[in-house]
Ligand binder design. Structure first.
Ligand SMILES: Cc1cc2nc3c(=O)[nH]c(=O)nc-3n(C[C@H](O)[C@H](O)[C@H](O)COP(=O)(O)O)c2cc1C
Length: 384
């Protein structure tokens, strides 16, 4: 994996390995991809100004999130269908998290059950919830997640309906999956993926399924009519947060908060943390960027909540920028997925290693030895 020198190298390998339909599902945004394009521009426009002549020989990037120490401020974000990006993808991803001592957030829509991920990796796990119409079934799923040792529940609040991703439909990768001549040729043109991921999964476990769906609804991914009870609830409200707060014994985190007033409401509902997130520019195409709203959210609720940020992280300096804007930790989604597709757990481990090394270099060049000093470097001409 040593030939992979940055996240973009891993991305190129992922593109070569995965069928186009799957790669675009991983890589692209939504509608006209305005948010996706803007995401890099916003992060790139943030500048950090170094302090001169500081002894940086003893640098550390360890931190503590929700009272648990970890060697770096990263968390692997929940991503649906990660199990198809590499063989046994979700277990491999969790192994990468374990190797770096960081949490892996399992998606409701993963292809592997949280029990098997826990057993196969020994990683610290969080569990992400998409609330189903049938709340009792969602609660039963949470009981399983608790039983498997999930430390935190991440309630995703930015996906009331399925977003509009036209490329998935064109690629035959919508729901239902509709194989076309083009998508069949696409898969055949990627024999390494076909053999190493698809055929191996088929032989071992049969057709890939959404593993957390109740038995009677567990049809192969890509089929419709999985059952109305477990379709996305469109009426999720603060009432659900109240119920979840009572039901869930671990940490409760809301993912997809973009307004200070909602962060304050989260505090009032006993929530422990939030993820300021644009869902990686995959859902609503006219959102502000995480970096644009993060400072006002930190100002409104930063002392009373753990504030995590995500979307668009491709370099360790992007992690530094989110921390400089006041985040306590940073989630990364696509970057480790590129690594997973590029080389299984070794590839994901490599990408995380790169992000950590780049964060370390950024700190050294900024004249910092601790993450808490990052906000001092945020370029505000009035403070220079
Ligand atoms: C392929 C893919 C699948 C995703 N699936 C989920 C999901 O099931 N639940 C969720 O809350 N977020 C999901 N996300 C969003 C990520 O958790 C995260 O917010 C986003 O990837 C961060 O942006 P980044 O990819 O630029 O790091 C997904 C992202 C990707 C790339």
């Amino acid at each position: 994996m040593s030939e992979i020198l940055n996240v973009e190298d891993a991305r190129r390998r992922a593109r070569a390995f995965l069928p186009r339909g799957l790669f675009e599902y991983l890589d692209r945004g939504t509608e006209d991809e305005v948010s996706l394009r803007g995401s890099r521009a916003v992060l790139e426009a943030i500048r950090l100004a170094p302090q001169a002549l500081v002894d940086v020989s003893q640098r550390r990037q360890d931190t503590s999130l929700f009272g648990v120490a970890q060697p770096t401020p990263l968390v692997i974000a929940p991503t649906a269908v990660a199990g198809l990006m590499g063989h046994d993808g979700e277990v491999e991803m969790a192994k990468a998290a374990k190797a770096h001592g960081i949490p892996f957030c399992v998606s409701t829509q993963s292809m592997t059950t949280i029990e098997r991920i826990a057993e196969g990796s020994g990683a610290r796990l969080w569990f992400q919830l998409y609330v189903w119409k049938n709340r009792a079934r969602s609660m039963a799923l949470l009981d399983r997640a608790m039983g498997a040792g999930a430390e935190a529940l991440v309630l995703t609040i930015d996906t009331a309906v399925s977003p509009n991703r036209e490329y998935n439909k064109r690629n035959g990768f919508g729901i239902p999956i509709q194989p076309t001549l083009r998508s069949t040729l696409d898969v055949l043109a990627h024999p390494r993926w076909l053999v190493n991921v698809f055929a191996r999964t088929l032989l071992k476990d049969g057709m890939p399924v959404f593993a957390h769906y109740p038995d009677e609804f567990r049809t192969p991914i890509g089929r419709t009519a999985v059952g109305d009870e477990i379709s996305l609830a469109t009426d999720v409200s603060w009432k659900d947060v109240e119920i979840l707060r009572k039901h869930w014994r671990g940490r409760l985190i809301l993912k997809g908060v973009l307004r200070p007033a909602d962060a304050v409401k989260a505090v009032e509902h006993g929530v422990d943390g939030i993820v300021v997130s644009t869902h990686g520019s995959r859902n609503l195409d006219c959102l502000p960027h995480t970096a644009q709203v993060l400072p006002s959210i930190v100002a409104a609720a930063g002392k009373r909540l753990t504030i995590l940020a995500d979307s668009g992280v491709r370099r360790g300096s992007d992690v530094a920028k989110y921390l400089a804007l006041g985040a306590d930790g940073v989630l990364t989604g696509r970057a480790p997925l590129y690594g997973l597709a590029a080389g299984g757990s070794a590839g994901a481990i490599r990408v995380l290693e790169i992000l950590r090394a780049e964060l370390d270099t950024t700190m050294a060049l900024l004249g910092l030895t601790r993450l808490e000093q990052l906000p001092e470097t945020l370029l505000d001409p009035a403070r220079l």
